[in-house]
Design a protein around this ligand. Structure first.
Ligand code: AMP
Length: 194
């Protein structure tokens, strides 16, 4: 199974992706996680991306498209994958179409988590608190000010990605403000139909 989870930062894509991984034996491809790893390892991509990510802006299409294209070729993606945080621009969505076509692969579903953006800052503050309470490092961009920039980037560049898939008859939209278990159930219902 191959699917995309769409939604603004803090919508719950990562949480739902982890549940889908456990349930369907597929892998989660989070470009944010991959970029953070590149930053930690100080790779050439990481060095380029760090300041952009810390400021809450989008890394270039070229970089993330390259990362995803290479990652999909790895053997652990053979059973399927969930794209979490990609595509974030129409150019990335178009590139993904090309990449999948070249590899002879198809998407099964594109699921959008619709959320009330006014509530997201509170969610992010809570996520940062919970992470700190677990003794784990808090993401630099999970800061209320940087989060505003991330939301602006979403509304400017990423909000148009859902209509891109809707025009192709591939989009399912789910209420992401519901409790986590209910969102999981709604996603399962969509996948059953897909
Ligand atoms: P995320 O973990 O998905 O919130 O991503 C964290 C940060 O990584 C974003 O704010 C961007 O700076 C960068 N990033 C992740 N995925 C992408 C993408 N598909 N396109 C551009 N930048 C990305």
């Amino acid at each position: 199974m191959r699917l995309i989870l769409l939604g603004p930062p803090g919508a719950g894509k990562g949480t739902q992706a982890q549940r889908l991984v456990a349930r369907h034996d597929i892998v989660q491809l989070s470009t944010g996680d991959m970029l953070r790893e590149a930053v930690r390892n100080e790779t050439p991509i990481g060095l380029k991306a760090k300041a952009v990510m810390d400021a809450g802006n989008l890394v270039s299409d070229e970089i993330v498209i390259g990362i995803i294209s290479d990652r999909i070729d790895q053997p652990d993606c053979a059973k399927g994958f969930i794209l979490d945080g990609f595509p974030r621009t129409v150019a990335q969505a178009e590139a993904l179409d090309r990449i999948l076509a070249e590899k002879g692969l198809k998407l099964d579903a594109v699921i959008e988590l619709k959320v009330d953006q006014d509530k997201l800052v509170d969610r992010i503050i809570q996520r940062a608190r919970e992470t700190a309470a677990r003794g784990e490092p808090v993401r630099k961009d999970d800061d209320p000010e940087v989060f505003k920039t991330r939301l602006e980037a979403f509304n400017r560049d990423t909000a148009v990605v859902a209509p891109y898939y809707a025009e192709r008859g591939m989009l399912a939209t789910i209420d992401g403000m519901k409790p986590i278990d209910e969102v999981t159930k709604a996603i399962a219902d969509v996948l059953e139909l897909a």
